[in-house]
Design a protein around this ligand. Structure first.
Ligand SMILES: Nc1ncnc2c1ncn2[C@@H]1O[C@H](COP(=O)(O)OP(=O)(O)OP(=O)(O)O)[C@@H](O)[C@H]1O
Ligand SMILES: [Mg+2]
Length: 318
C-alpha cells in the first residue's frame, strides 16, 4: 500500500474579478499520484500551476473541492480527534521562507520543544537533550537560547527542518525549501535532505521549480501545468527522454541540464490564467508539437511505456 495516495483531487477557488462578478479559479483540477515509503516524489511546473495548493491540501490545511487524499489507506478528510492528531504528527511541512515560518519571539529551544510537548514525545527532563539532539542532526551546535534573527537563511532553514523532524514524521512536504536561500547554501541544505532521507527513511513530496535540484534528489517527478499533472516519470526517464512537450521545454530552458544535441524548443508566452483555461489540451496554445485534436480534446493522463503522460502525441488511438 502506498504511504500517501491522491485521487482525483481538485481545489477550486471562487475569486472576484470585478465588484459584481465572480469566477472559478481551478488551482488543482483533478490530479492523481502516490508516494511510497522512503521515496522522494517531486512536483515541478511554472509559477501558479498549483504546487503549493497541493502541499496545503496534503497537510489538510485547506479542504479539497473534490477527490481524496489517503494516508496509509485512510481518507484524511474523515480523520478526527486522536487519529487527526496522529496524522498531523506523521506529515510535516517545510516552507520556502524559513524566516516567516519561525516565531521571532521564540528561542530555538522553545520552537523545537513545542511540537515535542504537544505530542507528548518528551518529558520536562528530557526536553533539553532531545532538542540538542535534533539540532545536531541538522548540523547545528548549541544554539538553544538564540532567536531566529541571529541566524543566516540556511541556518534558519536547518531549524525549520529540525522542527519538522522533532515529531519523527513519515512524510515531509517541502515546498521550495531552497529557493529563498543563497546559491552557495542551497547545496548544503539539499545534501542535508538527502542524508535525512537515507538515515531516517522519511518520504518527501518535494516541490521545486529548479530542475537541477529535482534531478539530484527525487526518485519520481510529476510535471504540473494549470492544475493538472501532464507527466509522471521516474527521474532518470524524465530527464533522459521527456514524454510531454511541456516537460521537454522545461528541461531545455533549465540552464545547466545537459544538452544532448536535440533541437531546443522555447517556452512561448505566459501561462494562461487558471480562471480561463484553454480548451482541449491546456498547453496547446504554447505547444511546439500541437496538431489537430489538441485544441478540441482534453488529453487524459494515461499509461505509456510504464510512465504516465497526458498528450495526444502519445495516444495510439488518435
Ligand atoms: N486562497 C486562494 N484564493 C484564490 N486563489 C488562490 C488561492 N491560493 C492559490 N490561488 C491561486 O491558485 C493558483 C495556484 O497557486 P499555487 O500557489 O498553488 O501555485 P504554485 O505552483 O505554488 O506557484 P509558485 O511556483 O509561484 O509558488 C494561482 O493562480 C493562485 O493565484
Ligand atoms: Mg508555490
Amino acid at each position: 500500500m502506498a504511504l500517501l495516495e491522491v485521487k482525483a483531487l481538485k481545489k477550486h477557488f471562487t475569486v472576484s474579478i470585478s465588484p459584481m462578478r465572480h469566477a472559478t479559479l481551478k488551482a488543482v483540477d483533478g490530479i492523481d499520484f502516490s508516494l511510497d515509503k522512503n521515496r522522494v516524489f517531486a512536483l515541478v511546473g511554472e509559477s501558479g500551476c498549483g504546487k503549493s495548493t497541493v502541499a496545503r491540501l496534503l497537510l489538510r490545511l485547506i479542504a479539497p473541492t473534490a477527490g481524496e487524499i489517503r494516508f496509509r489507506g485512510e481518507n484524511i478528510l474523515g480523520l478526527k480527534g486522536g487519529a487527526l492528531k496522529a496524522f498531523r504528527k506523521s506529515v510535516q511541512i517545510i516552507f520556502q521562507d524559513p524566516f516567516a515560518s519561525l516565531n521571532p519571539r521564540m528561542t530555538v529551544f522553545d520552537a523545537l520543544s513545542e511540537p515535542l510537548k504537544i505530542h507528548g514525545l518528551a518529558g520536562r527532563a528530557e526536553l533539553k537533550d532531545r532538542v540538542s539532539e535534533l539540532l545536531q542532526s541538522v548540523g547545528l551546535g548549541d544554539v538553544l537560547d538564540s532567536y531566529p534573527h541571529e541566524f543566516s537563511g540556511g541556518q534558519r532553514q536547518r531549524i525549520c527542518i529540525a522542527r519538522a523532524l522533532a515529531v519523527s514524521p513519515e512524510v515531509i512536504v517541502a515546498d521550495e525549501p531552497l529557493s529563498a536561500l543563497d546559491v552557495s547554501i542551497q547545496a548544503q541544505i539539499l545534501n542535508l535532505l538527502l542524508e535525512l532521507k537515507e538515515r531516517t527513511g522519511i518520504s518527501f513530496v518535494f516541490i521545486s521549480h529548479d530542475l537541477r535540484v529535482v534531478e539530484y534528489l527525487s526518485d519520481e517527478v510529476a510535471v504540473m501545468y494549470l492544475g493538472k499533472i501532464v507527466e509522471v516519470s521516474k527521474t532518470e526517464d524524465l530527464f533522459g527522454s521527456p514524454l510531454h512537450p511541456y516537460t521537454e521545454i522545461l528541461l531545455s530552458s533549465a540552464p545547466s541540464i545537459k544538452a544532448d544535441g536535440r533541437k531546443k524548443p522555447e517556452l512561448k508566452g505566459e501561462v494562461p490564467s487558471p480562471i480561463n483555461i484553454p480548451s482541449g489540451c491546456p498547453f496547446h496554445p504554447r505547444c511546439h508539437r500541437r496538431f489537430e485534436p489538441c485544441e478540441r480534446v482534453v488529453p487524459e493522463l494515461r499509461q505509456y511505456k510504464g510512465r504516465q503522460v497526458a498528450c495526444h502525441l502519445r495516444n495510439p488511438a488518435i
